[in-house]
Design a protein around this ligand. Sequence first.
Ligand code: ASP
Length: 335
Amino acid sequence: MRVHVTYTGGTIGMVDSPHGLVPGADLEGWLADLVDGTELGHGITLTALDPLIDSSNATPESWQAIIDGLRRHHAEDPEQAFVVLHGTDTMAYTSAALSYALTDLGAPVVITGSQLPLGFVGSDAAPNVTGALRAATSGRVDGVSLFFGHRVLAGNRATKTSSWAFKGFDSPNVAPLAMTGAPWQWSPRPEPGCGWADAEPYRRHDVVVIDLAPGITTARLRAMLTPLPDAVVLRAFGVGNVPSEEPGLTGLIEEVIGAGVAVVVASQCHEAEVLLGHYEAGDAIARAGAIGSRDMTLEATYAKVQFLLSQGLRGKELSAQMGRSIAGELTESRG
Ligand code: ASP
């Protein structure tokens, strides 16, 4: 089995400098040592994204650069699996973004990184990379997944939960795909979603993510929505409730939707299933055409909005697609 590894940047390949961590580790040599003498000893190739980025600088264009590279390498060798080394900060956004754009790739992609650089004693780099390589060659993962802290998570179900713990990521609304051990414990394969053939490349669109907080005024919300963005992700309370007694607030959301801008309502809860209309506080915006993000993570929701905008969808058409599972990012049978 062959695996192509793409290094995109992030802590894993960084070294100490007087100005903090910077890229510079000998990743190629380290990787060769890691798999030396194993069944993957001669099966690994490595390329790096140019330029390497701290993942907090990632944009939809960076997602597309990774996708283009994976497609290029897949065309050269359709039998190989893929591992992507990435910074942890926005890894869950990238893994969700890749999952929508690569439903037709036909090869597993496993993304990973680490909390500590590979050259530090006690680093989580080696277990994460060997785990990702093992998952990618297991024949048991499809599409895009994320390996971190001894677990394989669906790439579009994961969220970063700790800035320091080696567990690092969680998949709050579905079980992990696998947990390492002897032997690994695998969950049943999840539903794949309906797929998306011939996806147009990601382009950066103006998507605003707004967190509501108790006491937010209509004037403040209007200011945040001016000029009108291409789409709105509104992080509301609980199952998708907004402060409906704040004068003009519901009307403002109706106005935005009326102007052809999709409003996707997500939840601030870590574990969430957005059910607009369950309470009066979410019902008015549902009637106006706001769409709930169901059990999608924020990362999966945001990347999906960017994906659908990149496919040329706007307003109602975009909202209609938000409720369909493209790559297993939401549970369709619920609510
Ligand atoms: N800032 C780093 C990044 O996301 C953090 C990490 O890799 O853990 O690129």
